[in-house]
Design a protein around this ligand. Structure first.
Ligand code: ADP
Ligand code: MG
Ligand code: ZN
Length: 619
């Protein structure tokens, strides 16, 4: 299959069946009777009578509608078979007897049986077989790497893109500047290889895009396809997974064969972890033969071609740590391109890229939205924009407003607003104090992030209240104090409940989980406790998929570690209690406001907090 060429138009299989069927029917209708009738001469009745009277007829058969007879004798070899219509002639038998005509079976059977057999069975079957052979041959040829059919075992079904057929450009990918830079270099190399070879530089054979889900890895690869003016083979790792052992390997072989023929070109393997998982030594698990063979074939193929030919292999994964080390060694995927969650500026850019597709009000502030959507991935941001547009339609507006965006953030991040779930007044009051407790503790600790919005409208996700915290500026290094403040903020909700209601509720389970996680990480991974100094207590794998921590310390240390975590959280819990006690009037005032309005923005919150406490009333 040539790139850019139109594939030969495929005629569906059933058309061939119809053609064969029609041929058979025509043969039966036309040819077979024609053969049977071939040697029978039609005559009129008077000719027949004349022939009988003249003694030319030797044999005759009278049938219901026709009379068949032979003119001339069979012995002389010039007998002609004739046919005529039967007339209402009472003298017929007498006439025949008089003329000494043998009344006998005259229809010659042997030739017609032979012909019938030939034309109604042998010829159609022959046509059928020939057509079938020709068809399968044609299919084999045209299959190349094209979409598979039942005869495509062992063929890779990589999609081939040519320039701009995806329509996605680097400009469609917002943020991710480093990734774009690295990929641009690869595209440039494929366009002007001599620029690089003159200096003696050779491109890496493979580049691996790694990052959490939804950050635009697949999108980036499609953009490369859009920008590069070379063939682009795209296949997902799972497409190599086959039912039969050896098929996956055959597909890999076929893919690289095609790529070599089309060089310079790019091969993109999405979700490579499905075939590139670490091979484990244990033979007990079984059933891994197929995957292992596929991986081995991939490794072999990657070694097999030389980079100067201009075949670049891109792959994407969100589980780089589960990949077989052999895949990552130099000469294979030796360039790693991190595609991380977008930062504040990146989020704003992504929002702008997607907002181009919808109508928005002029007053929409993307920086605000980006700030509120901290931690959202590109895919989530795209979803937020779409939700905002949907909301505008639902409310019968022609464009999306700031409020639409803010609501859609909550929808995407916290689940749909639940209209039918009502809290009792007592519950509402508790939730109000709980959420204000978080916010107050956060605001009173100098370095903690101020709140953006607090709401006590229940969400489908199960959270009763919800405090949206926003970091004023992003930072990648968190100090020990900042982390401690965060823990204090997590405990703030429960602390407020304790102080006001002198009882505790189940509402703090998520806070507890988060506080514990953070406190643990501080001790086991960030080296932030004196007892363990800079010793790692945990190993973390799958960092892009939430992270699975596994302990790496002795049993005694574990006990001590648990004790330290409890101490750390307890200290912060006490700190939160102190802060709230010191700000009791504000706690009441803010909680009352939230209870009444159900929602409080960061600005309103800060305004109330900064108003002087009306001391006189209390006195
Ligand atoms: P993954 O990293 O899981 O392969 P995708 O590339 O499939 O993520 O991204 C999913 C969707 O999210 C894209 O189709 C796009 O709409 C959006 N998206 C993700 N990252 C970005 C980005 N950096 N710029 C613009 N859109 C993005
Ligand atoms: Mg993807
Ligand atoms: Zn809470």
């Amino acid at each position: 299959m040539k790139l850019g060429d139109k594939k030969p138009q495929k005629i569906p299989m059933y058309v061939y069946y119809i053609i064969v069927g029609v041929i058979i029917v025509l043969l039966n209708l036309l040819v077979v009777p024609a053969v049977q009738e071939r040697s029978i001469q039609k005559t009129d009745y008077s000719t027949f009578i004349k022939n009988v009277e003249e003694g030319n007829v030797s044999k005759a058969t009278v049938e219901e509608d026709y009379i068949y007879y032979e003119v001339g004798s069979e012995e002389s070899g010039n007998a002609i078979l004739c046919k005529t219509v039967k007339m209402d002639d009472p003298d017929l038998v007498n006439r025949l007897l008089e003329a000494d005509v043998t009344m006998d079976e005259v229809l010659p059977e042997s030739p017609s049986i032979f012909m019938t057999l030939l034309f109604s069975y042998v010829v159609p079957i022959a046509i059928f077989i020939l057509l079938g052979r020709w068809l399968s041959k044609k299919m084999m040829n045209s299959m190349g790497g094209g979409p598979g059919g039942m005869m495509s075992f062992g063929k890779s079904n990589a999609k081939v893109y040519v320039k701009s057929s995806t329509g996605i450009k680097f400009s469609d990918v917002a943020g991710e500047d480093e990734a774009k830079e690295l990929l641009t270099e690869i595209v440039d190399y494929l366009h002007n290889p001599q620029k690089y070879t003159e200096i003696g530089a050779s491109m890496p054979k493979g580049a691996l895009l790694v990052g959490p889900p939804g950050t635009g890895k697949t999108l980036l690869a499609k953009a490369v396809a859009g920008e590069a003016e070379v063939p682009f083979f795209s296949i997902s790792g799972s497409e190599f997974v086959e039912m039969f052992v050896g098929m996956g390997a055959a597909k890999v072989r076929d893919l690289f064969k095609q790529a070599n023929e089309k060089a310079p070109c790019i091969v993109f393997i999405d979700e490579i972890d499905t075939i590139g998982k670490k091979r484990d030594g244990a033979g007990f698990t079984g059933g891994n033969d197929e995957r292992e063979q596929t991986l081995n074939q991939l490794l072999t193929e990657m070694d097999g071609f030389d980079g100067s030919k201009g075949v670049v292999i891109l792959a994407a994964t969100n589980r780089p740590d589960s990949l077989d080390p052999a895949l990552l060694r130099p000469g294979r995927f030796d360039r790693r391109i991190p595609v991380e969650l977008p930062d504040l500026q990146g989020r704003e850019e992504i929002l702008r890229v997607h907002a181009k597709k919808i109508k928005i009000a002029d007053s929409v502030r993307f920086d605000e939205i980006a700030k509120a959507a901290a931690g959202a991935s590109g895919a989530e941001l795209a979803n937020i924009v779409n939700e905002a547009a949907l909301r505008a339609v639902r409310d019968g507006r022609k464009f999306a407003t700031q409020a639409d965006f803010e609501e859609s953030i909550e929808v995407v991040i916290a689940g749909y607003q639940k209209k039918n779930r009502v809290l009792s007044n007592k519950e509402k009051l508790i939730v109000s104090y709980h959420e204000i407790g978080h916010a107050l503790v956060a605001a009173k600790q100098t370095e903690s992030a101020p709140v953006h919005k607090i709401t006590i409208i229940p969400r489908t996700s199960g959270a009763l209240g919800y405090t949206m915290q926003v970091d004023e500026k992003e930072h990648f290094l968190m100090s020990k104090e900042e982390l401690e403040n965060k823990i204090a903020t997590f405990t703030g909700g429960r602390a407020a409940e304790e102080l006001i209601f002198h009882s505790i509720t189940t509402g703090a389970s998520n806070d507890i989980e988060q506080a514990t996680k953070l406190a643990r990480a501080m001790i086991t991974r960030y080296g932030m406790s004196e007892d363990f100094d800079m010793v790692a207590m945990e190993n973390v794998s799958n960092q892009y998929l939430g992270g699975d921590a596994s302990l790496a310390c002795s049993f005694e240390t574990q006990t001590l570690l648990d004790k330290k975590v409890v101490e750390l959280v307890k200290k912060q819990h006490e700190k939160a209690l102190t802060i709230l006690k010191e700000n009791m009037p504000k706690l009441h005032e803010l909680a009352k406001y939230l209870y009444e309005h159900e929602t409080i923005t960061g600005e309103e919150f800060m305004k109330i907090l900064q108003e002087p406490v009306p001391v006189l009333e209390e006195a």
